[in-house]
Design a protein around this ligand. Structure first.
Ligand code: LLP
Length: 424
């Protein structure tokens, strides 16, 4: 049986630890299912990123959509990171942490009028725009507020990132960005409008990208465009390559950041401007796990099932992207391995965490760790089947902190009320 290779989640005396805290100790206090994060992982990943690009002028804007825990946002911002926010809700979180608005930019293919207003009112660094209508709306809102809004134009470079279709965003058929062939026209318009100022150009071609080639192809296309924009007399301060860098969940062999830097830095230098990155998954995925309890095991004629107390409500990635997450015991035990489906309690056949997975035989009452759960797990969680969202724990060396408790039943009701008039 293979254990996930991590220096942040390791076994000591056959017990799974996060840094210097036994995971079992955490769940004794908070129960399961529970998200558990390693602070050191996040710091090391950010440091690795910024070191790889230290020879060029660059900035990192952590994409908080991958994990918007307030403490995590603060960890990255204390290291100097800016934030990429995608909605009013994410902006609210960022401002709550006390991030300087000039360290925030606003992304998204469908920003509402209110979101644009908030971005401008709060004086954030810039707003990314993805269509002519949106550009004109930003200009109008900025005029009403007597301001000039710095904008980036997100271009769709029409490159195949070779990832899952649901997380591929840089092909011409997708909803994202401005088609590359219309980019110059859009920049001319942006330069003409009085209340926006184009300050940069960007792309984001997809997520969980494990080869350098699609990036290189897209960056080279963007360089050509960047130089054309420059010769049209429009001076840009930044080129934003987006996020998307892939990580190991199973047996992927993603490029290392150093390999990436070696290949792309020579191209970046030709832009002669600040290079921006907006990584999410790279910084967070392998910094978290979900601890879960085995509720029951059963077999039918076709399959073995391990029914755990985590579900698609806490981790929807296997259900919607067929994503692989490694699953292993919290206490290493010697037992035969079986092939089983590891499933949750939600009443959907799509509620599975793994299918036909080789795993050490489990018994009810044992605990498992679902690995690589630091990105796109908590943030995509739901209350389906009346489930309360799981707590989030941050481990720092030999201490752990409950950064968010398990939701209460009051959370499930929020301000929902029985309206007597409906029953008269
Ligand atoms: N920038 C933009 C404009 C994005 O749309 C995204 C992610 C990122 C940055 C960060 O990408 P990352 O470095 O994390 O790949 N829920 C999916 C992933 C969706 C990604 C959405 N956009 C999953 O669980 O795999």
């Amino acid at each position: 049986m293979r254990y996930f290779d991590s220096s942040y989640f390791t076994y000591k005396n056959n017990q799974l630890f996060c840094e210097d805290v036994a995971v079992e100790q955490i769940i004794k206090q908070v129960g399961t299912p529970t998200y558990i994060y390693s602070k050191k992982f996040f710091i090391d990943r950010y440091t690795e990123f910024t070191n790889a690009f230290k020879e060029i002028k660059h900035s990192i804007f952590y994409a908080i959509k991958s994990n918007f825990n307030l403490n995590l946002i603060k960890i990255f911002s204390n290291l100097g990171s800016g934030l990429d926010v995608n909605s009013e809700g994410e902006l609210y979180r960022a401002l709550k942490v006390g991030i300087h608005p000039q360290k925030i930019f606003l992304s998204g293919v469908g920003k509402t009028k209110r979101e644009i207003e908030l971005g401008i009112e709060n004086n954030i660094l810039l707003i990314k725009t993805e269509s002519e209508e949106e550009l004109i709306l930003i200009d109008k809102i900025a005029r009403e507020k007597n301001k000039i809004a710095p904008v980036h134009l997100r271009i769709n470079p029409n490159v195949d990132p070779k990832t899952h279709p649901y997380i591929s965003t840089g092909l011409a058929e997708e909803k994202f960005g401005i088609p590359e062939e219309e980019a110059i026209e859009h920049f001319r318009l942006a330069a003409k409008l009085e209340n926006v100022r184009p300050v940069g150009v960007g792309m984001h071609i997809g997520s969980q990208i494990t080869t350098i080639a699609p990036y290189k192809e897209a960056i080279e296309k963007m360089l050509e465009l960047f130089l054309k924009i420059k010769s049209a007399g429009i001076k840009l301060n930044h080129f934003n390559i987006g996020g998307g860098i892939g990580v190991v969940y199973n047996d992927e062999k993603p490029f290392t950041l150093q390999e990436f830097a070696n290949k792309v830095i020579p191209i970046f230098k030709k832009f002669e401007c600040e290079i921006m990155f907006e990584p999410g998954r790279f910084l967070t995925a392998n910094g978290g796990i979900i601890a879960t309890e085995v509720l029951y095991t059963k077999q039918n004629k076709k399959k073995n099932f391990i029914i755990v107390d985590a579900s698609m409500a806490e981790i929807i990635r296997p259900s919607i992207y067929d994503a692989y997450h490694h699953i292993q015991h919290l206490v290493k035990i010697e037992n035969e391995t079986i092939i089983a489906d590891i499933v949750g309690p939600v009443c959907e056949s799509g509620d599975f965490i793994a299918k036909d997975r080789e795993i050490i035989k489990c018994n009810s009452g044992e605990f498992l760790a679902i690995m690589s759960a630091g990105s796109y797990c908590m943030v995509m969680s739901s209350n389906y089947n009346g489930r309360r969202r799981a707590p989030e724990i941050m481990v720092d060396k030999d201490k752990f902190y409950i950064t968010r408790s398990r939701e209460s039943f009051q959370h499930l009701l929020f301000d929902e009320q029985i309206i007597e008039e409906l029953f008269q």
